[in-house]
Design a protein around this ligand. Structure first.
Ligand code: URA
Length: 319
C-alpha cells in the first residue's frame, strides 16, 4: 500500500513538473485514497480524523514534495494537498467524469528478465493500454518505440502523426524521413539507434488531418512508458526533438523556451538529454543557420556517445 502511495506521489510530482496544475479524481478513487491513508495512519499511528477531512476535496493538486515514508510524512503530504487545493480554489472544478481522471499515470514495474524480455513486456503493456487505445483515432494504432534496445542514442519525439498512427511506428512521415537523414549523417542507421515519443497515440483532433500538441496531462500519462523504455535501453543520451519532447522529459518549468535549453545538456533522471529543434521545424525553416544549429547539437551528442567524428562531419552546413 505504501509503495502505491509513493508511486502516486511520484507521479503527481511529475505531473506538476510537466505543467499540470490540477488533477480531477473520481469519488470512487477518492474513497480508495481515503481508505489507503486511513490504513497507513492506523498502521503507523496517524490519526485518521486528521487525514479524512484533508481528502474531502474532489481535486487533488500535486504540490507534493516528499515521498510517503512515515505517518508524519504522509500527513504532511496530504496537508499540502489540502492547502494547495484551497489555494487553487479558483481553479475550475471538473466533474468526476472529466477526462483528467483518465490520464492518471500508472506505475510501470518491469519484470525480471533480459532486456529483450523487458522490452517485449513493455511493448505489450503499451499496445494494450486501455487509455491509449481509448484515445487513439479509430482504425489507427498505438505507437511504441522502435530500434536497437542496446542503442547509445535514444531519439525522443513528441507524438505520432497521421503516418505514424497508421503504420504504428514512430517517425515514418516527412519529419521521420528527415530524422533518418540526420541519423545517417551521424554515421548511423535507424536500426542502430532507438526512436520513441513522449506520447503513444496521436492526440485526438477529431479530424483525419492536422495535429495538435499533447496536453500536459496526456504527456504525464505516457511518461512512465517512456521512462521504462529508457530504463530498458539505458542509452548514453537522449536527443529531445522539439520543445514538447523537452517539456515532457524535463518538465515545463525547465523549458521556458526552446532557445533557452537547446544545445545545452540537461538530465532525465540519470540520462543526459540534448534538446534540439524538431525535424518538422527544420522542414519549415530551410535556413542553413538552423540546419547548422541542429547539426552542432548532433555533434555534441556524437561526442558524448563517443562516436567517431570526421573533419567532413565537423564542417557540415557551414556557410
Ligand atoms: N513527430 C513526432 O514528434 N513523432 C513522430 O513519431 C512523428 C512526428
Amino acid at each position: 500500500m505504501r509503495q502505491q502511495l509513493e508511486s502516486l506521489v511520484e507521479e503527481l510530482k511529475r505531473l506538476k513538473q510537466s505543467g499540470v496544475s490540477t488533477v480531477s479524481v473520481a469519488e470512487s478513487s477518492m474513497e480508495g485514497l481515503r481508505q489507503a491513508v486511513a490504513k497507513l495512519s492506523v498502521g503507523e499511528g496517524m490519526s485518521s480524523e486528521r487525514t479524512a477531512p484533508l481528502m474531502e476535496e474532489q481535486q487533488v493538486s500535486h504540490t507534493l514534495h516528499a515521498r510517503v515514508k512515515t505517518a508524519d510524512e504522509a500527513n504532511a503530504i496530504f496537508q499540502k494537498v489540502s492547502d494547495s487545493t484551497k489555494n487553487e480554489a479558483s481553479a475550475k472544478r471538473t466533474t468526476a467524469s472529466s477526462l483528467s481522471h483518465d490520464f492518471l499515470p500508472k506505475e510501470v514495474i518491469l519484470p525480471e528478465g533480459s532486456k529483450q524480455e523487458q522490452w517485449e513486456y513493455l511493448r505489450d503493456l503499451v499496445l494494450n493500454c486501455e487509455v491509449c487505445n481509448k484515445h487513439k483515432h479509430d482504425g489507427c494504432k498505438v505507437v511504441f518505440g522502435v530500434g536497437n534496445i542496446d542503442a547509445d542514442i535514444f531519439f525522443c519525439g513528441e507524438a505520432p502523426g497521421e503516418e505514424e498512427e497508421r503504420k504504428g511506428e514512430p517517425f515514418v512521415g516527412a519529419a521521420g524521413n528527415l530524422l533518418t537523414k540526420i541519423i545517417k549523417a551521424m554515421g548511423l542507421t535507424r536500426e542502430e539507434v532507438y526512436i520513441g515519443n513522449i506520447m503513444n497515440w496521436r492526440p485526438e483532433t477529431g479530424k483525419r488531418y492536422g495535429n495538435r500538441p499533447p496536453t500536459a496531462e496526456e504527456m504525464a500519462f505516457c511518461l512512465p512508458y517512456l521512462r521504462a523504455q529508457v530504463e530498458v535501453v539505458k542509452p548514453k543520451l537522449i536527443v529531445a526533438l522539439g520543445a514538447t519532447a523537452a517539456k515532457g522529459l524535463l518538465g515545463a518549468e525547465a523549458v521556458p523556451s526552446m532557445g533557452k535549453v537547446r544545445g545545452k545538456w540537461q538530465m532525465f533522471g540519470e540520462t543526459p538529454v540534448m534538446p534540439t529543434y524538431h525535424p518538422s521545424y527544420l522542414l519549415r525553416n530551410e535556413s542553413m543557420r538552423i540546419k547548422r544549429t541542429v547539426w552542432e547539437d548532433m555533434l555534441q551528442a556524437m561526442e558524448r556517445a563517443e562516436l567517431p567524428i570526421s573533419e567532413k562531419q565537423k564542417n557540415y552546413f557551414r556557410e
